[in-house]
Design a protein around this ligand. Structure first.
Ligand SMILES: [Ca+2]
Ligand SMILES: [Ca+2]
Ligand SMILES: [Ca+2]
Ligand SMILES: [Ca+2]
Length: 700
């Protein structure tokens, strides 16, 4: 526990002060104070420790050294105050892919709570034979492995065991019953006899007639430590700007083995379109099972067939718009689809024309996200409006009760709030941008603080795309790459400080619809940035590094074995060839009969780290709409990270990825060439007693 503060203080000495004997002596004293107060714990204690340490600083330190040491102590005191976040208790997510010629690719999860030096053993059972241990020495360098000489005409069951973390197991009782680190039984994967050579897992769907699988999200719905998929099935749909009848939005849940869990039909009083139904899949109450939450109406039928509100109500106009009738927010049980609680949606639509037009476009622009507003547990945030009035309402679902936490309303008369009108995007992001341990909601060009007050408004206005991460790793804090439609300023695409909104650099253009950033070029530190309507490729400081930019500008995926990110668009994954400034194809998934979603937006159903090692999987629908195919990399890597899903910023990105115009997830740390290893996330696992950080590994 003291290690991180110790190294932080050491870092302070290196950057601000001279490493003299006296300074190092003070450092040790400070570390001891921290150790004492971190282990005895009171809020007053931390402050006291900070005061004591500052008071005992060596007198001959120069101003720069004193200031940086004081900042370090204050930061440490605050960071020790911020409690760990409750996150998912995941299993190993072992995936086995037949590569052909007797080779099988295996990948599995490192958890955010695993000891840094944890090693793994792999076992295979071919047919009825005895389990065969595949590795001589514990596997500690990576969390993937290629097994060779496999008889694939027989069934092959694989299991991964974290050494010293698994409880006893009975091979003869069947490898699928092997308990994982925290009692899960999902550390195994089986290739049936004659398994096909294909880079994806298949999930057969029960798609309703006339429907198309659209956006998806994941969460552990049943608490077995592995993800399930919640899928939005869409019939006829329309953008808010267009009239026309639509079909009821339908949601379905499937296990990764194809087991169908439930169907929720939102009914005739919810219009179908990218801006209407924003759905959140997240374990909101920390019981180890994810809930499903979205806006509902009279006539919504839950997973048990129970109707919400008035089953006979019908509010749809002949032009397809729905501008009347009650609006609800419902929390559903993720395992059964049962409605757990229904309340009035906040804010109500009020007078339609108050949102900027009278035909029903701007009144029905919804966004949603999950945020750790108290720094420890997730809250649900449901939003309405961004072209004019913007409203965010935060909710807690805990112990069977839904409570309203706060509402931010640009138009409620609060001093300063009116500046926040018209700043929202067709997407949003969530992160602790001001380093107080609690999340802010980055609502396009503005940010709402954890307590529901405005943090800042950059005034950059509405936009279509936005990316938040540590885009410039050499600059403290997080940055936002924002893309603005029809800007009235010279920063149509710009990098800004995520905590203050200060523009760091930008490029001018009249109408920029798309933009993205990711590490493409190892010669330049940080993420490279590019956008439609702007020529060239830029490094994170705004330096134009290539006159040519990648051929697409949409999403990213960590796919191959290096630390750079690959480019995802439609059904393709590309690699930027930085030496020749051109794009090279890595995967053409269309060859496997899959299709992308959302028209010109060309998104997959989901791109997320849902299986195997830290790299991301991509879920596409088949073009006949009867299947989801989860593509997973089979390229080995020597890089070992904990699952991206245990990085809070990334996990919350997956929750909001489906919102309106889908955007790629980003990590809260810099993931790219020349990165420093991410520190262990400060998390506790839902449903698990306090983790013992001093876990020692048993010899195996
Ligand atoms: Ca599960
Ligand atoms: Ca914060
Ligand atoms: Ca930064
Ligand atoms: Ca993965």
């Amino acid at each position: 526990m003291i290690i991180r503060p110790y190294y932080a203080l050491m870092g302070t000495l290196q950057t601000g002060c001279e490493s003299s004997f006296e300074n190092i002596q003070w450092l040790h004293k400070a570390a001891l104070y921290l150790l004492f107060f971190l282990t005895t714990t009171t809020r007053e204690g931390h402050t006291h420790a900070g005061g004591l340490m500052i008071g005992t600083m060596p007198t001959r330190w120069d101003a720069r050294c004193r200031v940086s040491a004081a900042i370090a102590v204050l930061l440490l005191a605050t960071s020790s105050l911020s409690a760990a976040r409750q996150m998912e208790n995941l299993g190993r997510g072992l995936v086995a892919v037949n590569l052909g010629e007797g080779q099988v690719y295996l990948g599995w999860r490192l958890l955010g709570t695993d000891p840094n030096d944890v090693g793994f053993n792999l076992y295979r059972v071919t047919g009825d034979s005895e389990p065969l241990k595949l590795n001589d020495e514990p596997l500690t360098q990576s969390t993937n492995y290629i097994d060779t000489g496999v008889d694939l005409s027989q069934s092959n069951a694989y299991c991964v065991e974290a050494i010293g973390r698994a409880s006893s197991h009975d091979w003869r009782a069947g490898m699928l019953a092997l308990p994982g680190p925290d009692g899960h039984t999902a550390s195994c994967a089986t290739l049936p006899a004659g398994a096909p050579v294909q880079p994806y897992l298949s999930i057969p769907l029960l798609t309703p007639d006339g429907y198309t699988p659209n956006d998806a999200s994941v969460g552990d719905l049943d608490g077995d430590g592995e993800y399930e998929i919640v899928l939005h099935q869409t019939g006829r749909s329309h953008d808010n700007a267009h009239s026309g009848m639509t079909d009821p939005p339908i949601f379905e849940a499937y296990k990764l083995d194809g087991t169908f869990l439930w169907r929720i039909d939102l009914g005739p009083n919810i219009r179908e379109g990218a801006h209407y139904t924003q759905f959140m899949v997240y374990d909101l109450d920390g019981d180890g099972k994810a809930e499903f939450a979205c806006k509902t109406a009279d006539g919504t039928v839950d997973g048990l067939g129970v109707c919400i509100g008035d089953a006979n109500a019908y509010y749809c106009q002949s032009n397809g718009y729905i501008l009347d009738g009650p609006e609800y927010l419902t929390i559903f049980d993720g395992a059964t689809g049962a409605a757990l609680v229904t309340t009035d949606y906040l804010p109500p639509r009020g007078r339609v024309s108050d949102w900027g037009d009278s035909y029903g476009n701007r009144v029905d622009r919804f966004l949603a996200c999950v945020a750790y507003l108290d720094g420890e547990r997730p809250s649900l945030v449901m939003c309405r409006g961004y072209y004019t009035r913007a409203v965010l309402a935060a909710w807690n679902w805990r112990d069977g009760e839904l409570t309203h936490v706060w509402t931010f309303d640009s138009d409620d008369g609060t001093l300063g709030n009116r500046d926040y009108r018209g700043q929202g995007n067709h997407n949003l992001s969530v992160a602790d941008v001001d380093s107080d341990g609690k999340d802010e909601i980055i609502y396009g060009a503005c940010a709402i603080d954890d307590d529901g007050t405005g943090l800042y408004c950059s005034g950059l206005g509405h936009g279509d795309a936005m990316h938040l991460s540590d885009i410039d790793p050499d600059r403290p804090g997080l940055e936002v790459w924002g893309i603005h439609e029809s800007p009235r300023h010279p920063f149509g695409a710009n990098l800004r400080d995520a905590a203050t909104g200060q523009v760091l650099w930008g490029q001018q253009a009249d109408d920029i619809g798309r933009g993205v950033c990711m590490d493409l070029d190892p010669r330049y530190r940080g993420y490279e940035c590019w956008a439609s309507g702007i020529s060239g490729l830029y490094d994170c400081t705004g330096l134009r590094i290539s006159n040519t930019k990648p051929s697409t500008c949409n999403m990213g995926v960590w796919w191959d074995g290096d630390l750079l990110r690959e480019i995802l668009d439609g059904t393709t994954i590309d690699k930027w060839d930085y030496l020749n400034s051109k794009t090279a194809r890595l995967l053409t998934a269309r060859d496997y009969d899959v299709a992308s979603n959302n028209g010109t937006k060309a998104n997959p159903c989901l791109c997320a780290d849902i299986l195997g090692d830290w790299r991301e999987e991509v879920i596409w629908r088949t073009s006949d709409n009867q299947e989801l195919r989860i593509f997973t990399t089979t390229i080995p890597t020597d890089t070992r990270f904990y699952t991206l899903m245990h990085d809070p910023v990334y996990r919350l990105s997956i929750a909001w990825q489906n919102v309106a115009y889908n955007q790629p997830a980003h990590t809260g740390f810099y993931l790219g060439e020349d990165m420093t290893a991410p520190s262990r996330p400060d998390i506790i696992l839902a449903g698990v007693e306090a983790q013992d950080e001093s876990d020692t590994l048993e010899e195996n």
